[in-house]
Design a binder for this molecule. Structure first.
Ligand code: AMP
Ligand code: ZN
Length: 474
């Protein structure tokens, strides 16, 4: 079925051919064979977080998806230049330029006055937490550039000026707007149609806007912000991404990713800004991950049902179990989070890790790897790839499974055998462990957490592995 590409340095080692990499493009709505703009390098940009709070496990789905894609491109032997932006100053709460600013909300929550300095302090605190989260879920942050939007304000101002000179921008009472009617084909991504634009009209609050879909490029502020030709204020958040992409990656890039919520407004706006300036296609492959929900409700900091990676680890789960769970679904499929599903993923990953630790090194299983890469080549078919691993597990060796982990990033290849306790738990430790096991069985995670803290106070660490609780001396 596949015509195999012959490469001089195949991913799976000598003799393993790679099928063409098929990726789903939001622009065409179909799977397309990936070919980079330049044979040498793939330029990829992933929309990053606004750092006013901890990332939710929903946000982390975006970065696990981006990282799986990056690992896949690595496996296909491309040199990847990857950028994830950090939005470290205010942008309005929704894509549609309305509501309370997220950074302002963060400052209020932490009892900090609204100043530029405090905004930086808040942003750096959560930017650091974000990078730690990425590391825990298996992202090699050293290979990614994380530009702070605040460090690229002159570039954003220059871009707005160019749009103004070219007749795409106009000044209104509260800042500078992009005139979407001037850009032919506005809204081409995801088929944003007249009905949705009408919906935008109902939210319309500024009578000086020429068209409902027009969006802010520069937001005036009478107290805070940067100086600009339009007075004091802040760049709009859509211009941030475009300016940083132009500066760090160039005017045309290969891949741009984000969650599906960014398609209709943020990414259509990015296309309009960039293509109005260059007259060339901005991004070759737009790719988007679906959302996760909790009890079928969208997870979001603004919705208030956010789960962070820390709360997740506090329950004894390994952060990579979250990654495992995501990989059991396709990135374009909505998933509903339950603690039971996580429990299952945690156990499965612990079993896989144990199997790996018991394996011996050996020759690469080329036949298996060929099948594995074929799953991944089908728009990152991680669920099929995982099923294939389980199916072949009894005959696989360590060397082959290491190759698998290079793409899946589950971390079992870095696992070390657990330090066994020299003595059997007894006395208070034994009682606490039994109580904790019962609490977990009864899904009383709050009690389980309290008991874990008591166990830690006795000098032991407890994690939940393939055979129940694993105890190590701290
Ligand atoms: P934000 O900080 O809100 O801009 O979100 C960062 C990234 O996470 C974006 O790519 C969002 O589309 C994505 N995202 C936010 N919430 C979810 C969710 N519940 N499921 C999946 N992705 C999400
Ligand atoms: Zn963006």
């Amino acid at each position: 079925m596949f015509s195999f590409l012959k490469r001089t340095k195949p991913a799976g080692g000598p003799g393993v051919d790679l099928p063409p990499l098929m990726l789903h493009s939001t622009l065409s709505g179909t799977l397309e064979a990936f070919t980079p703009l330049s044979a040498k390098e793939v330029k990829m940009y992933n929309c990053g977080p606004t750092v006013y709070d901890y990332a939710t496990i929903g946000n982390l789905r975006s970065y696990i998806f981006a990282d799986t894609l990056r690992r896949t491109l690595d496996a296909w032997r491309y040199n990847v230049k990857q950028v994830i932006n950090i939005t470290d100053f205010g942008h309005l709460i929704s894509d549609a330029d309305e509501g309370e600013d997220k950074m302002t909300k963060g400052l209020k929550r932490e009892g900090l006055a609204l100043t530029m300095k405090n905004m930086r302090v808040l942003a750096e605190r959560y930017a650091e937490a974000f990078l730690e989260d990425l590391t825990s879920i298996g992202v090699d942050t050293k290979r990614i550039t994380f530009p702070r939007a605040s460090a690229y304000v002159p570039e954003q101002i220059a871009l707005i000026s160019t749009l103004e000179q070219k007749g795409y921008a106009y000044v209104a009472n509260d800042g500078v707007y992009f005139d979407t009617k001037k850009f032919a084909g506005y809204g081409k991504l995801g088929g944003m149609n007249a009905v949705e634009q009408e919906a935008g009209a109902r939210l319309e609050i500024n009578p000086e806007k020429r068209n409902p879909a027009d969006f802010i490029l520069w937001k005036s502020d009478n107290k805070l912000g940067w100086k600009s030709p339009w007075g004091l204020g802040f760049p709009g958040w859509h211009i941030e991404c475009t300016a940083m992409i132009f500066t760090l990656l160039g005017k045309q890039i290969d891949i741009h990713t984000g969650g599906i919520d960014h398609i209709s407004i943020h990414h259509n706006n990015e296309i309009a800004q960039a293509e109005a300036v260059t007259g060339k296609q901005f991004v070759r492959y737009w790719m988007h991950n679906e959302f996760i929900t909790i009890e079928s409700k969208r997870i979001g900091k603004s919705v208030g049902n956010a789960i962070t990676l820390k709360s997740f680890m506090d329950r004894g789960f390994s952060p990579r179990a979250l990654r495992y769970w995501y990989l059991t679904g396709h990135y374009r499929t909505p998933m509903n989070f339950t603690w039971d599903a996580l429990e299952g993923a945690n156990t499965a990953l612990a079993r896989l890790t144990r199997a790996y630790l018991e394996m011996k090194e050996g020759e690469l299983d080329k036949e298996f790897l060929q099948k594995f890469y074929a799953c991944i080549a089908n728009d990152l078919g991680t669920a099929q790839a995982l099923a294939l691993v389980w199916q072949h597990l009894p005959t696989l060796n360590k060397s082959t499974l290491k190759k698998v982990d290079e793409v899946l990033g589950l971390g079992f290849a870095e696992a070390r055998p657990p330090k066994k306790l020299a003595v059997e738990p007894k006395g208070e430790l034994d009682t606490l462990l039994k109580e904790r096991a019962n609490a977990r069985l009864a899904k009383n995670f709050t009690l389980a957490d309290e008991l874990r803290l008591k166990i830690e106070a006795l000098g032991f660490a407890v994690k939940d592995g393939a055979e129940g609780q694993e105890i190590t001396q701290k």
